[in-house]
Design a protein around this ligand. Structure first.
Ligand code: GUN
Length: 294
């Protein structure tokens, strides 16, 4: 049987409309406009694209964005000075430092300087620490992992008591999504490059989250019949027949997998659009907190 598609484009549009309505309400009732500051260090084209997309989506829902760009040779002090300025600006409710930064910048130190209450990416070490602990609540949850869970919830997928396998252990996706699934009472396995038998481990999964950045690595035969497959990968592969000379594929061999899975996210149009929707939602939450509304 062919899997049901989990449509991230449609779901993120629904969420974006919900956010837009709340932003409008906040402005009308309290005169508050949520604000997101983006910090881009250097000229990385992918990062420039992501930051532009975030600013565009902010504008669509009525969130003000403050774009800050620093040269690739900016110093640690300059980056942290900018963060301090944004921490102090009451019009800024969320601060997003686009990663990766140039290699000479100490990323951990920069992220630790962001006010906990403005850490809409959820990458501050205290927020990650709280996410990793039982009974603690981070101020914000990282956006891509939150988007994965939101898709499961909105499609009515039960998480509690299920076997969840996470492929990848990155700070941005693999690790935090595993923590979120654990909080929701799934039994978790985290796989990585040293995992002995990846196909067999993946085949145990009721919920499989692929976040390794390897094009179409997960084959149909790795999937348990009826499993829910969330594909976080966005990989470019050469395709001379495509207008741009490449196409985007996920970490999962989609055509094979959809014949076996129960639910599956496509790439593009799956998790990708959910990431920004969650960022907008975190920024709205921060503005409501700053206004003492929640
Ligand atoms: N780089 C890749 N993903 C992300 C993200 O979610 N947030 C930030 N700040 N940088 C990223």
């Amino acid at each position: 049987m062919t899997a049901q598609l989990i449509d991230g484009d449609a779901t993120s549009k629904t969420i974006q409309q919900e956010i837009q309505d709340q932003v409008e309400q906040l402005r009308a009732d309290h005169g508050i406009v949520p604000g997101l500051a983006t910090v881009l260090v250097g000229e990385d084209p992918a990062s420039q694209f992501y930051v532009r997309s975030k600013q565009k989506r902010c504008a669509e829902v009525g969130i003000r964005s403050f774009g800050h760009k620093l040269d690739a040779d900016a110093t640690q002090e300059e980056v942290e000075g900018l963060v301090a300025e944004l921490n102090a600006n009451p019009e800024v409710h969320g601060i997003l430092v686009q990663l990766p930064m140039p290699r000479h910048i100490d990323e951990e130190s920069v992220l630790a300087k962001i006010s906990l209450g403005k850490d809409v990416d959820g990458f501050h070490p205290v927020n990650i620490g709280r996410l990793a602990m039982k009974g603690r609540e981070p101020m914000f949850v990282p956006c891509t992992p939150a988007g994965c869970i939101e898709l499961l919830d909105r499609y009515g997928v039960e998480i509690g008591g299920k076997e969840a396998v996470v492929l990848g252990r990155s700070n941005i996706v693999g690790l935090p999504v595993a923590m979120l699934l654990l909080h929701r009472n799934a039994t978790i396995t985290i796989c990585h490059s040293r995992t002995a038998d990846l196909p067999a481990t993946c085949r145990r999964a009721d919920i499989l989250i692929a976040a390794v950045g390897r094009p179409e690595m997960v084959k149909g035969s790795w999937i348990k019949p009826g499993a829910v497959v969330i594909d976080v990968g966005i990989n470019r592969v050469d395709d001379p027949s495509a207008k741009r000379g490449y196409r985007l594929v996920g970490d999962v061999a989609f055509e094979e997998a959809r014949e076996i899975a129960g639910y599956i996210t496509p790439v593009p149009g799956g998790v990708g659009p959910m990431t920004i929707a969650m960022l907008l939602n975190n920024t709205l939450t921060s503005a409501k907190r700053a206004a003492g509304l929640i």
